[in-house]
Design a protein around this ligand. Structure first.
Ligand code: CA
Length: 229
């Protein structure tokens, strides 16, 4: 049974989520402030954490920042409507996903299932190691190696690279990448893709003197191996 921690100071919402998640067969614990949430998260052995951003004591983003020093547990951030900065910051800090309040419970459940699948649990569809030239990406271990040298990527950079490598040689539009890496309802600008492509290039192409991530002018981006395939 997967164990979920809800960190949410709106007690009514927290209790509602607890009931719904228990009904789905999850074991649930709740915390109503950031500090308690962090303590539980660090010691509770949870499979997933639902983390509100606006919390008394310690903000959800601070909880996430501290948690990520030691723990890769999947985290879904709950943000207020239009709090675009919270979403972007949350994802940069290693949140696996976010959902905007108010949300439909069915959508949250779907995202929970997806996050649990991608959180290192068995998922045959996504466990395949991707190798292209000197670059190796291992989804289960969350590692990227260039000829054996580890490349440190954030979660979002990792997912972007993984999507590009999976579609090696295929030109991916910004919209397609947004949909696959950020989620279909990501309301941000497509230039967030350009920003992350730049990060990836710095960490891979520039760092190792190769050209793997190609810009296709007016269309999008493509991953090609050293032979251009
Ligand atoms: Ca709140």
């Amino acid at each position: 049974m997967d164990r979920i921690l809800i960190v949410e100071d709106e007690e009514k919402l927290a209790r509602f989520l607890e009931l719904e998640l228990a009904h789905e067969g999850y074991a649930v614990e709740k915390a109503f402030d950031g500090r308690t949430g962090l303590d539980l998260a660090e010691n509770g052995g949870f499979d997933l954490i639902l983390l509100d951003v606006m919390l008394p004591g310690m903000s959800g983003l601070e909880v996430l920042r501290r948690l990520r020093r030691t723990d890769a547990v999947p985290v879904i951030v709950l943000t207020a409507r239009d709090a675009v900065m919270d979403k972007v910051t949350g994802l940069d800090m290693g949140a696996n996903d976010y959902i905007t309040k108010p949300f439909e419970i069915e959508e949250l459940l779907a995202r929970i299932r997806a996050a649990l699948r991608s959180g290192g649990h068995s998922d045959p569809a996504s466990s395949g190691v991707l190798v292209s030239g000197g670059l190796t990406l291992d989804p289960a271990r969350r590692t990227v190696l260039w000829n054996g040298t580890p490349v440190a990527l954030t979660n979002r950079e990792f997912e972007l690279l993984r999507t590009l490598m999976r579609n090696r040689g295929i030109v991916m539009t910004r919209e397609k990448l947004l949909e696959q890496v950020w989620g279909y309802d990501y309301a941000g600008e497509t230039n967030v893709v350009d920003v992350y492509i730049r990060y990836l290039r710095q960490k891979i192409d520039d760092a190792f003197g190769v050209k793997l991530i190609h810009t296709v002018r007016g269309v999008g981006y493509a991953f090609r191996d050293a032979e251009g395939r």
